[in-house]
Design a protein around this ligand. Structure first.
Ligand code: ZN
Ligand code: ZN
Length: 300
């Protein structure tokens, strides 16, 4: 069964993506106000009624929103997070309401867990200064022959390592941080401590570091399987979409592969990317009777 992926927002002021199969969808992070998230679903003609869960990478303020947690409470949609995220999230009245409603599920490093809608998630710890921070490998439901599509999502990380490389081997889509160009970062008018923070091992991944990771991934798995690269969390001040795309395109040209490059944006959602066979997209204008008749689905 195929997967669909879209970036609703990506950048330092809000991050939210959607992974979905025909059985339902999961938000990766929820750093948008509910009204903004719903507007972005409408802009890409997808229904928010498909949301069956949210998984949280870390607790920096651009990755979760108190109002969005309230939206999850209203629809009885569970939040999956790491136990060490609780102490930050407990300042949110809506996180406390999720806990009271038994809608908070804990995940643990390097332990794959089942999500609603038949999706599976492997949380891979990464280095970042936001407390416990994770990349996710998400795998869709298997088909009749036991094969499934998967994607890797790594948005905030200072460096990559072999653990991440192993966790993301043989994904069909890679969503990876291309935060900054090192020269633009060093030439920026930012204070020195901030520049060093971003460039440090617990900051953000540069274009060059992201391309290094891609090169190693292609070394290990060959060029056949990976079909899409989605660039995440570009700095508005210290990167340019054209620059990020160019460094990735140069690598793909050297390797002779035709991986499609997509660049997530802060204010405009990405056109949904389809991996593998999917039925016709369910439009927001279509009635949701089929979904609403399934009592096991939360959030209706
Ligand atoms: Zn962030
Ligand atoms: Zn962060």
């Amino acid at each position: 069964m195929g997967l669909r992926f879209t970036v609703l927002a990506s950048g330092s002021t809000g991050n939210c993506s959607l992974v979905s199969a025909d059985t339902g969808g999961v938000l990766i992070d929820g750093g948008l106000k509910p009204t903004d998230m719903l507007a972005r679903f409408a802009a890409v003609a997808l229904s928010p009624l498909q949301i069956r869960a949210m998984v949280l990478t870390h607790t920096h303020g651009d990755h979760w929103n108190d109002g969005l947690l309230g939206w999850l409470v209203e629809r009885k949609v569970p939040l999956y997070c790491h136990p060490s995220h609780h102490h930050v999230l407990l300042r949110s009245v809506n996180f406390r309401a999720l806990r009271v409603g038994d809608l908070v599920r804990d995940f643990h490093s390097n332990e794959e867990f089942n999500l609603p809608a038949g999706l599976r998630c492997l949380p891979v710890p990464v280095r970042h200064d936001g407390g416990a921070t994770f990349a996710f490998r998400l795998t869709g439901p298997s088909d009749l022959f036991g094969s499934a599509f998967s994607l890797g999502y790594a948005a905030d990380l200072g460096v990559w390592d072999e653990v991440l490389l192993n966790g993301f081997l043989h994904v069909d889509l890679l969503a990876l941080e291309f935060n900054h160009d090192v020269t633009l970062q060093r030439q920026s008018s930012r204070p020195a401590f901030l520049i060093e923070r971003v460039l440090g091992e617990h900051g953000h991944l540069s274009n060059d570091q992201a391309v290094d990771f891609l090169a190693r991934l292609l070394d290990r798995q060959g060029i056949e399987r990976l079909g899409h690269l989605v660039q995440l969390h570009l700095s508005g001040e210290c990167n340019r979409p054209a620059l990020a795309r160019k460094v990735a395109r140069n690598l793909f040209e050297q390797r002779g592969c035709s991986i499609r490059i997509h660049t997530g944006q802060q204010d405009i959602p990405l056109k949904p990317i389809e991996i593998g066979p999917l039925p016709k997209k369910r439009s927001v204008r279509e009635p949701h009777n089929r979904l609403m008749s399934q009592p096991q689905l939360p959030g209706f």
